[in-house]
Design a protein around this ligand. Structure first.
Ligand SMILES: *[C@@H]1O[C@H](CO)[C@@H](O)[C@H](O)[C@H]1NC(C)=O
Ligand SMILES: *[C@@H]1O[C@H](CO)[C@@H](O)[C@H](O)[C@H]1NC(C)=O
Ligand SMILES: *[C@@H]1O[C@H](CO)[C@@H](O)[C@H](O)[C@H]1NC(C)=O
Ligand SMILES: *[C@@H]1O[C@H](CO)[C@@H](O)[C@H](O)[C@H]1NC(C)=O
Length: 456
C-alpha cells in the first residue's frame, strides 16, 4: 500500500490531517468510557503526555493564561547581613490545556483527575527575588478537570532578596517583594493573572502562617507591571509582603537592662561626692554595661546601624560622662583641700549670691564650714597644705619666729585658707549639682528623641 503513494502525496496527506487536527478542539476529546470500571486508561491520555514538551495551545499566536496565587505559610528567617528573607510558600498555578477535555456525563461524573505533574507541560514561573534554587518536593501531582483546566500547587522554600531596613530595630517593619514571572515566555506566549484577590491571599496566609515566629504578617499588596529585558517584554505580578518584628524579646533583653543600668548610674549621683566609693561604683557600672553589650551583641543585627546601637552608644557615653564628672568633682575637692587656688572675685560673689542663707564673711570661716556640714577634719589633707604653705616663706618665718604677732598672723592665715577651702568645697558641690542637672537634661532629651524616632 505504501508504495502506491508518491512521496509528495504522502506528505500532503499528513499535512492535511495535521491541519484538521489543529483546527478543531473537539478532536482532542478524551474517550473516558471505561474510567468507572477499569480505572483511567493511560492510553487515553497518551496523546496529551506526548505533547508535554510543547506549550499546549492550538493556535501558537494565542498566549497561555496562567493564574497565580500563593499562601505564605511560614516566615523562617530574616538575614539582615545578607539581606535575605527565607519563607515558605504554597504556590498555586492554574492554566488551561486545550488538548484535555472529556465529557463527565459519559464518565460517571468524573470531573477531575490527578495526573503526575512530570507528564504535563508546566509553566516556568519563578520568583525574581529568589536567590536560591527552588527547594520544592519532587513527584507532585496536578489536578486536571474535564474542561482542561490544570491546577498545580507546590510548596516552595524561597530564599529571596529583600531590602531590609533595620534602622528602627527592634520595632521595624519590612516590605519584601515576590515577583512572579515566566523565565522564558514573553507576553506573546504567556500572560499572568490572578483568580483571587490579594485580601484573600492575606486572609489565608494569616490563618495558615506559623505564628510562633518572630515575624508577624501585616498585609500583602500587589502590582502588575510588565518587565522589559532588552526587546523582550515579560508579564509579571509583584506581591508586596509587609511583615513586622515582634519586639518583646528585644525589649526584655536589651532595652530594660540598659535602662536599669542608666537609672542606677543617674542615682549614683546621690552618693556623696566626698565618699571614696562613687568613682569605683561608676567604673563597676561601666564595666557591667560593657559586659552586657558584649553578651547582647548577638541579638543585634549583624550589619547596619540601627537606632538601638545609637541608643547603646549614648547610654555608654552618658556613663562615661558621669564618670568624668565624678573625676572632675573629686579633683576639685582634692584641690580645695590641698592647695585652694585664689578664688576669682566673680566666682566668689556668685557663690555668695547662690548660697544666700549662709552668708559667710572672712571673720567667721567656721560658719561656712558648718553650713556645708563639713568639719575641717572631714577634709583629708587639709593640715598638710597649711604646713606646706607655711614653709614657703622660709626667711620671713624665721624672722617672725617667737613673736606673738607671728602666731596670730599664722592663725589668721590658716583661718583664711580654711575659709578658701570651704568656699572651694562649696563650689565643687554646686558644680556637682549643676552637672548632675545637665546630665539629667541630656538624658531626658536623648531618651525622648529616641522614643519619638521609634514611635514614628
Ligand atoms: C471509547 O472507547 C471504547 C472502548 O474502550 C469504544 O467502545 C468506544 O467506541 C469509544 N468511544 C468513542 C467515542 O470513540
Ligand atoms: C490564530 O490566532 C490569531 C490571533 O488570534 C488569528 O489572527 C489567526 O487567524 C489564528 N489562526 C488560526 C489558524 O485560527
Ligand atoms: C484566571 O482568573 C480569571 C479571573 O480573575 C478567570 O476569568 C480565568 O478563567 C482564570 N484562568 C485560568 C486559566 O484559571
Ligand atoms: C511596600 O512597598 C511598595 C512599593 O515600594 C508599596 O506600594 C507598598 O504599599 C508597600 N507596602 C507596605 C505595607 O508598606
Amino acid at each position: 500500500m505504501e508504495g502506491e503513494w508518491p512521496p509528495g502525496g504522502q506528505l500532503l496527506f499528513y499535512l492535511m490531517v495535521s491541519l484538521l487536527l489543529q483546527g478543531r478542539a473537539d478532536t482532542f476529546t478524551i474517550n473516558c468510557s471505561g474510567f468507572d470500571q477499569n480505572g483511567v486508561d493511560p492510553a487515553a491520555f497518551q496523546a496529551v503526555f506526548d505533547r508535554k514538551a510543547f506549550r499546549p495551545v492550538i493556535n501558537y499566536s494565542i498566549p497561555t493564561h496562567v493564574n497565580i496565587s500563593f499562601t505564605l505559610s511560614a516566615i523562617l528567617e530574616v538575614d539582615v547581613r545578607l539581606q535575605l528573607l527565607t519563607s515558605f510558600l504554597w504556590i498555586n498555578l492554574m492554566w488551561d490545556n486545550p488538548f484535555i477535555s472529556w465529557n463527565p456525563e459519559e464518565c460517571v461524573e468524573v470531573n477531575k483527575l490527578t495526573v503526575s505533574a512530570e507528564n504535563l507541560w508546566l509553566p516556568d514561573i519563578f520568583i525574581v527575588e529568589s536567590m536560591d534554587v527552588d527547594r520544592a518536593p519532587t513527584g507532585l501531582s496536578a489536578y486536571v478537570s474535564s474542561d482542561g483546566r490544570i491546577k498545580y500547587d507546590r510548596p516552595v522554600r524561597v530564599t529571596s532578596i529583600c531590602n531590609l531596613d533595620i534602622f528602627y530595630f527592634p520595632f521595624d517593619q519590612q516590605n519584601c517583594t515576590f515577583t512572579f514571572t515566566s523565565f522564558l515566555y514573553t507576553v506573546d506566549s504567556m500572560l499572568l493573572g490572578m483568580d483571587k484577590e490579594v485580601w484573600e491571599i492575606t486572609a489565608t496566609s494569616h490563618d495558615i502562617i506559623q505564628t510562633q515566629g518572630e515575624w508577624e504578617l501585616l498585609g500583602i499588596n500587589k502590582a502588575t507591571l510588565k518587565m522589559l529585558v532588552g526587546s523582550n517584554v515579560y508579564d509579571q505580578i509583584t506581591f508586596y509582603v509587609a511583615i513586622r518584628r515582634r519586639p518583646f524579646l528585644y525589649v526584655i533583653n536589651l532595652l530594660v537592662p540598659s535602662g536599669f543600668l542608666i537609672a542606677i548610674d543617674a542615682f549614683s549621683f546621690f552618693l556623696p561626692a566626698e565618699s571614696e566609693s562613687r568613682a569605683p561604683f561608676k567604673i563597676t557600672l561601666l564595666l557591667g554595661y560593657n559586659v552586657f553589650l558584649l553578651l547582647m551583641n548577638e541579638l543585634l543585627p549583624a550589619s547596619g546601624t540601627p537606632l538601638i546601637s545609637v541608643y547603646f552608644a549614648l547610654c555608654l557615653s552618658l556613663m562615661v560622662l558621669s564618670l568624668l564628672e565624678t573625676i572632675f568633682i573629686t579633683y576639685l575637692l582634692h584641690l580645695a583641700t590641698t592647695q585652694p587656688p585664689p578664688m576669682p572675685r566673680w566666682l566668689h560673689s556668685l557663690l555668695l549670691h547662690c548660697t544666700n542663707p549662709m552668708k559667710c564673711c572672712p571673720t567667721a570661716p567656721q560658719k561656712g564650714n558648718k553650713g556645708l556640714g563639713l568639719a575641717p577634719a572631714h577634709l583629708p589633707g587639709l593640715k598638710e597644705p597649711v604646713e606646706l604653705v607655711g614653709k614657703v616663706p622660709g626667711p620671713q618665718e624665721a624672722e617672725l619666729n617667737g613673736c606673738p604677732e607671728s602666731t596670730r598672723s599664722q592663725q589668721e592665715d590658716e583661718a583664711q585658707k580654711q575659709h578658701l577651702a570651704s568656699l572651694w568645697v562649696q563650689f565643687s558641690h554646686m558644680m556637682d549639682t549643676l552637672l548632675f542637672l545637665l546630665y539629667l537634661l541630656f538624658m531626658a532629651t536623648f531618651i525622648t528623641s529616641v522614643i519619638v524616632l521609634w514611635s514614628t
